[in-house]
Design a protein. Structure first.
Length: 637
């Protein structure tokens, strides 16, 4: 009977078991993602967004669920008012109010604006709402003169008084306002301002303080030792004494290379206190400060995780609050800072909502939105390390479902974009290109290296790729493959390679330098870096790494470009790109297709209409995922 049951649950393709409960492309598409979490001031209610719907959970004193509800209609940006009863959120071009304590709550429109609502925040006292509004661009088909600064729709800052039903616009200049935060007394607010939409504008982001009474704006002044100085995500401390924000740790003012640290602007002394020496790597998200104003909480890049950390403003020491290998994010705190709501996932557990005491964590899972996915047979994920040129390199290894030690498996090398990015220990990596757990269910091992140039390993590691494209990054990938081979884990005759954006570029470079790869998938990739410089929407990114434009350093660009590789491309290539991609325009895959045609290389090239650098939409993503599965299951046998 046991043998019969096993036969019903297991089918065999060659020597590789394929389990009936392994992940499919449809399972990937059905994964539910939580985009926003908002905990009420008392910590007794949580509003969160999942797949465009706002969910509401009420909790008792023991943090057990009393009730759950789905707020009718689509919504985003749930925000609790200071009374802890009123929930505001955005629906289309309106801010909607929902009284969560009524037995039969009704949603009512608070304010409607002409344009999209990018962000809104309740004032901590009084009846005001701060709103950031962007108007739809006008339809204009007339000829346009070239301008160094592209046209853009400005952000409008409005204050809406819920009692008087009045709307007042502040800051009439044409600019982009990215964030806004209220002073504790509700009479002033601080905002982040860009003068345009470019990377240069982001690098010169300003922090302005607006007085509602005088309507005057005062901008914080940077350190005198810097030419320009970004003020990102400025927030007002709870004690009202300082404004804290994220800036760059170095003086190069380089968006990709410099570390991102926390600075505090002392409002009484008008001085900036910097905390670069205490933060090991880049701050990626800034949260609240403690009620007594002594600590600031933030999320930082650290290896394959993004831990929550606390920076002590007194001792300048950093304490990591989360220390496991999971990815914790979307933290929201109660007013007394004794309770926190957040989202957690790791390689074996999909995203779910948690509630916990704080700062000592004792997380309790509240939701089971992805319980179907968690029940699937998954490949085990392991964090691995190896040596390359004497450097320790880290990465993730996903073993095939039903892995047996001593068996050699086909290998897919999956490369991340950036290159100032990294793989993290998330669930089912590859949601729109190469679905890792689907491939693991097909008997394929997945190797995801965080090569030199990746984030999460310190500034020196990140900067090591400057003027080194197509050299040390390839070494790290190949040495990682050799490491797995030395462990007797992989079938070296069945190795594939894949990546998107820089990962696609690096995959192209790798197949130009090595004949070991049996198949490649290149998405959103670039191949002629010199021509990319003249067509991409952010060529300053290339100057970061090459230190000169191609017309004064053409040889360096050509040597790093796979289009000009000396040897023939023999590896079959699946190439995908978005038709409307401005980061890597259509000319890049077109050039590479011509090269592959010349070499007689097997090529399947797919262009997705109306898509940009990242794919979206269920049908498009389904096609991309399935093509990658079919491609690698065909070639890696």
């Amino acid at each position: 009977m046991k043998k019969l049951l096993f036969a019903l649950l297991l089918c065999v393709v060659g020597n590789v078991p394929v389990f009936a409960t392994t992940m499919t492309v449809e399972d990937v598409l059905n994964l539910k993602n939580m985009s926003e979490v908002s905990l009420s001031p008392k910590g007794d209610k949580i509003a969160y967004v999942i797949n465009g719907k706002i969910q509401l959970i009420r909790l008792d004193e023991a943090k057990r669920i009393l009730s759950t509800a789905t707020i009718p209609g689509n919504g985003k940006s749930p925000r609790w008012a200071s009374d802890g009863k009123t929930l505001g959120y955005v629906n289309a071009n309106s801010i909607v109010q929902y009284d969560s304590d009524e037995q039969n709550p009704v949603a009512s429109i608070v304010a409607t604006f002409n344009g999209s609502i990018d962000l809104f925040k309740w004032a901590p006292t009084g009846n005001n709402l701060a709103c950031l509004i962007t108007q739809s661009p006008p339809q204009d088909s007339s000829p346009k003169l070239y301008s160094k600064k592209p046209e853009f729709q400005p952000t409008e800052l409005w204050i809406f008084n819920t009692k008087q039903k009045t709307k007042t616009r502040f800051i009439e200049e044409k600019c982009l306002i990215k964030t806004v935060d209220w002073a504790p007394d509700g009479k002033q607010l601080v905002f982040e301002r860009w003068d345009g939409p470019t990377i240069q504008d982001e690098m010169q982001a300003k922090a302005g303080i607006l007085s509602l009474q005088t309507k005057q704006v005062v901008y914080l002044k940077p350190l005198s030792t810097q030419k320009s100085y970004p003020f990102w995500w400025p927030r007002w401390s709870k004690n009202g004494e300082f404004i804290y924000y994220v800036s760059l740790s170095g003086f190069e003012n380089d968006l990709w290379m410099d570390g991102r640290q926390i600075d505090c602007f002392d409002l009484k002394k008008s001085v900036i206190n910097r905390y670069s020496s205490t933060i090991s790597d880049r701050v990626v998200e800034l949260y609240d400060d403690s009620p007594d104003g002594t600590s600031i909480f933030y999320k930082v890049e650290k290896g394959v995780t993004y831990p929550l950390a606390a920076l002590s403003l007194d001792t300048k020491k950093v304490r990591f609050i989360t220390s496991d290998s999971a990815v914790w994010e979307k933290f929201s705190f109660s007013k007394d800072f004794k309770t926190v709501a957040c989202v957690k996932e790791d390689s074996h557990s999909p995203q779910e909502l948690y509630i916990s005491s704080f700062p000592t964590l004792n997380p309790k899972q509240l939701t089971e939105h992805n319980k179907t996915a968690k029940a699937l047979e998954l490949g085990e994920t392991e964090i691995i390390q190896w040596k390359s040129d004497g450097e320790t390199i880290e990465g993730l290894l996903i073993k095939p479902v039903g892995y047996k030690k001593g068996t050699k498996y086909p290998l897919l090398v999956k490369l991340h974009g950036g290159p100032a990015s990294c793989f993290s220990n998330r669930f089912a990596v590859g949601r729109w290109d190469q679905p890792t757990q689907v491939l693991a269910g097909k008997g394929i091992m997945i190797f995801m290296p965080n090569h030199r140039g990746s984030t999460g390993y310190g500034e020196a590691f990140r900067k090591s790729l400057i003027q080194q494209w197509a050299t040390i990054d390839v070494k790290d990938v190949l040495s990682g493959i050799a490491f797995l081979d030395s462990k007797g884990m992989i079938d070296t005759k069945n190795i594939g390679i894949a990546g998107w954006s820089y990962g696609g570029y690096l995959a192209a470079v790798s197949i130009s330098k090595s004949s070991m790869f049996k198949a490649a998938s290149i998405g959103g990739g670039f191949f002629n870096i010199a021509s990319l410089y003249g067509t991409t929407d952010m060529n300053d990114w290339l100057l970061t790494y090459f230190k000169a434009p191609p017309f004064s350093s053409y040889r360096a660009y050509a040597e790093a470009s796979p289009l000009f590789a000396k040897q023939r491309f023999l590896t079959p290539v699946l190439m995908q790109n978005g038709e409307k991609d401005v980061r890597v325009p259509q000319s890049q895959p077109l050039e590479f297709a011509q090269r592959l045609k010349h070499d007689g290389t097997v090529l399947q090239w797919v262009t997705y209409p109306q898509q940009g650098h990242v794919l979206f939409g269920t049908d498009t993503v389904r096609d991309s995922l399935q093509r990658n599965v079919d491609w690698f299951t065909h070639y890696l046998k």
